[in-house]
Ligand binder design. Structure first.
Ligand SMILES: NC(=O)c1ccc[n+]([C@@H]2O[C@H](COP(=O)([O-])OP(=O)(O)OC[C@H]3O[C@@H](n4cnc5c(N)ncnc54)[C@H](OP(=O)(O)O)[C@@H]3O)[C@@H](O)[C@H]2O)c1
Length: 244
């Protein structure tokens, strides 16, 4: 099966390419650095030529008010080109509970991306993953100073990027779901607890201060970011991953 992996040089995309090629498929990475700009559409028809499946693993350069326009333009371009190219299956990667966090513009942008795909001309699949383990360093940096990191006690169920990539690759080679598959890590933490575990594992002397208003995830109500019944639960545990 030939699979065009747009965003195929990114954290998830590069691992999806490796998994698919190791499985005997022909996965081709496309991104800004290979000459495809999904915002302008430059290079898109060439990227989709002969592809059976396209998976869009691009990301907006920022999580702010510019993100809805990024996801709208890139999905409009992709869906127009997919229709023309006769690709049989389009896959995107979204976020567990994105629709339950309307106060976060980036999450609204991901729901917009999902809605555009659902309304598009091609059989589709949406994989929704929880927060990546690899994302923790950025989360800590947003609200840190020299001595403290401020984090809310928001429940999260993070997972390894490698497990996300496996879930995406599995969906790419299957029949279109015409729906959504949730994938999540094996354990639920509060974000402040996850911060303490992370700093301790890295020998970082800073203290985590629980702050209900700190950072992007303060906007997530209740257990919005935790997987619901029916989610695929990945194997890799956070402490095991940190210890590697
Ligand atoms: N962070 C999380 O915890 C989380 C959780 C669930 C879902 N997700 C979703 O996972 C997806 C992938 O995230 P990631 O962390 O793997 O992203 P990433 O590492 O930032 O990679 C982004 C990729 O998009 C490409 N790209 C950016 N703008 C482009 C454009 N205009 N045209 C073509 N390619 C473009 C980049 O290309 P270059 O490398 O060439 O610049 C790169 O290959 C995102 O859609 C995100 O919403 C994230």
């Amino acid at each position: 099966m030939k699979i065009a992996v747009i965003g195929g040089t990114g954290l998830i995309g590069s691992q999806v390419v490796s998994i698919l090629n190791a499985g005997g498929h022909e996965a081709v990475p496309h991104s800004l650095s290979t000459g495809l700009d999904l915002q302008s559409g430059h290079g898109l028809s060439e990227a989709l030529d002969g592809a059976d499946v396209v998976v869009n693993l691009t990301n907006s350069p920022t999580f702010d008010d510019a993100s809805p326009a990024f996801f709208r333009t890139t999905m409009d371009n992709l869906l127009a080109a997919v229709g023309d190219a006769g690709v049989g299956h389009a896959v995107i990667l979204s976020i567990v509970g994105a629709d339950l966090v309307p106060d976060l513009v980036y999450y609204r942008a991901k729901v917009l991306q999902e809605d555009l795909l659902k309304a598009g001309p091609v059989p589709y699949s949406i994989v929704r993953a929880t927060q990546f383990f690899e994302f923790m360093d950025a989360v800590l940096a947003w609200t840190a100073d020299e001595n403290t990191v401020r984090l809310p006690a928001t429940p999260v169920q993070p997972m390894a990027a490698a497990d996300v990539a496996q879930a995406v690759a599995d969906v790419c080679v299957g029949a279109p779901l015409l729906g959504t598959r949730d994938v999540a890590g094996p354990e639920v933490f509060t974000l402040d607890e996850l911060g303490r575990i992370t700093l301790a594992a890295k020998g970082d002397p800073r203290t985590v201060v629980t702050d209900a208003g700190a950072g992007m995830f303060a906007a997530a109500p209740g257990d919005a970011l935790v997987a619901k019944d029916g989610a695929v639960i990945a194997k890799t545990a956070y402490r095991e991953w940190l210890a590697r």
